[in-house]
Design a protein around this ligand. Structure first.
Ligand code: GDP
Ligand code: GDP
Length: 436
């Protein structure tokens, strides 16, 4: 299911990030420690009552020393490109300013629904402040207070009313959706072209999609695929495209809609922080992952080069030790034909269900080899385990006391499970539950 997206736009200091943080809440992320993905976040999933959506704080897409008009134009453009609904935020205490009018002028051009929010209306006595804002021409202004958390329910209800119908944008379950993510210029578009240019690939029209303008559906060996967000990869030249935060945001959106994520690296260059951030997000999102080392043709090699590169990748992406690595050249086409079979393989693993009886044999055998830890004289007891989900494979392990299950022991169990079942290319999750 593709979640609707809300973007917040407005001049500086009206309270965009305050509202963003309020709506997102204090959700602690695992990756925060691992790869720094979510540090100073501008994009996050959120829930409000029955609504599930993603939210973007376009104010966080700092472009440096751009003049106000240029900066706001680019932020609004991101919102108009990426969002289903735009929250236009203003400051009730200051009234309508010239800058608000400039923002409004840009937003008149969008066909997306715009909901006008008047922030800093901190108590009911201040509600009269909103009248002024009708002049902006976006209908009823919604009074809110980021500091006090007031009015957000009504504002988000209004946004939700404008969420698009979802049904026709999803692909059939049998279709493998994948995306290529990575820094600019690592060769993502070239790889897509090389894959699609392969004569054995038939460009197909997967039924019932409204996203084919963005995605590339095709068929190979009787299997249907969709390359997610091909348009986003091909669209070049816009100034904001080159800003790191924007490309991370774009990648996050593509990752979310994918089953399999190809993390594309440039073989000519070392691994960079941004590579790790994006990969970290794919890992956190529980997607099947393949590491693609592209531009391998451009690397001066001897017989040790590949192994050295593998070592470097394993060191840099410690938490991706399950991800297969493919060395490609989009330029010469070398090994590009390996990509699809690997996608099939990791997708199979990502959707694999294991038998409970075998799983429990593995767990019992693991306990016998390496007795579970004790804490203050109490020993962890594991009763049984069962797989509760796929994509990614998720296991619930029932124990006497969840406090006694330590990260290292969980890791040990994960490794034993991986030794028995082929989970190459997929993260697996273990959830510990108490049972007495
Ligand atoms: P942004 O630049 O639009 O992201 O604005 P910020 O979220 O950084 O907020 C700018 C300033 O306004 C900060 O000092 C906030 O504490 C303050 N602020 C945000 N929301 C409210 C509010 O509802 N009421 C009041 N009084 N101040 C607020
Ligand atoms: P993207 O920004 O990640 O989509 O990267 P592009 O596909 O636009 O490629 C960026 C540049 O790298 C272009 O000049 C490509 O011709 C070049 N390039 C892409 N793949 C390869 C490759 O495998 N080998 C070499 N030598 N160059 C490549």
């Amino acid at each position: 299911m593709t979640k609707p997206v809300i973007a917040i736009v407005g001049r500086p200091n009206v309270g965009k990030s305050t509202i963003f943080n309020r709506i997102v809440g204090e959700r602690v992320s695992i990756v925060e420690d691992v790869a720094g993905v979510t540090r100073d976040r501008i994009y996050s999933s959120a829930e409000w009552l029955t609504h599930d959506f993603n939210i973007i704080d376009t104010g966080g897409i700092q472009l440096g020393d751009e003049p106000f008009l240029e900066e706001i134009r680019q932020q609004a453009e991101v919102a108009m490109d990426e969002a289903d609904v735009i929250i236009f935020m203003t400051n009730g205490r200051e009234g309508v300013t010239m800058e608000d009018e400039q923002v409004a002028k840009i937003l008149y051009k969008t066909k997306k629904p715009v909901v006008l929010a008047v922030n800093k209306v901190d108590n009911p006595d201040m509600r009269d402040l909103i009248w002024d804002f009708y002049s902006l021409g976006f209908g009823d202004p919604y009074p809110i207070s980021g500091s006090h958390g007031l009015g957000l329910g009504d504002l988000l209800d209004e946004c939700a009313k404008n969420f698009p119908e979802q049904d026709d944008t999803d692909y059939d379950d049998s279709v493998i959706k994948f995306s290529l993510i990575g820094r600019p210029n690592v060769g993502k578009s070239s790889l897509v072209n090389a894959i699609l240019g392969d004569q054995r690939v038939i460009v197909s029209d997967v039924a019932g999609t409204t996203r084919d303008a963005i995605d590339s559906p095709y068929e190979y060996n009787g299997q249907e695929y969709v390359i997610i967000d091909t348009a986003g990869m091909r669209k070049k030249g816009k100034v904001y495209e080159t800003t790191e935060k924007y490309s991370v945001l774009r990648a996050m959106r593509a990752i979310e809609r994918s089953d399999v994520v190809l993390v594309v690296l440039n073989g000519e260059e070392g691994i960079q922080e941004q590579d790790k951030k994006i990969a970290g997000y794919a890992h956190e999102a529980g997607k099947a992952i393949i590491i693609v080392m592209n531009k391998w043709d451009a690397v001066v090699k001897d017989e040790k080069t590949m192994n050295k590169k593998i070592e470097e990748i394993r060191e840099q992406f410690v938490y991706l030790d399950y991800a297969p690595i493919v060395f490609t050249s989009a330029k010469t086409g070398k090994r590009v034909h390996d990509v699809l079979p690997v996608i099939n393989r990791v997708h199979d693993n990502h959707t694999m269900r294991v038998q409970s009886s075998i799983l429990n044999e593995v767990i019992m055998d693991a306990i016998a080899r390496n007795p579970a830890p004790t804490d203050k004289g109490r020993r962890l007891r594991i009763y049984y385990g069962t797989q509760v989900a796929i994509q990614p494979p998720t296991f619930v392990v029932f124990v006497n006391d969840v406090e006694l299950m330590h990260f290292t022991y969980e890791r040990f169990l994960e490794n034993r499970i991986r030794d028995t079942f082929d989970f190459e290319g997929t993260p697996i999750r273990i959830i510990t539950r108490a049972r007495d």
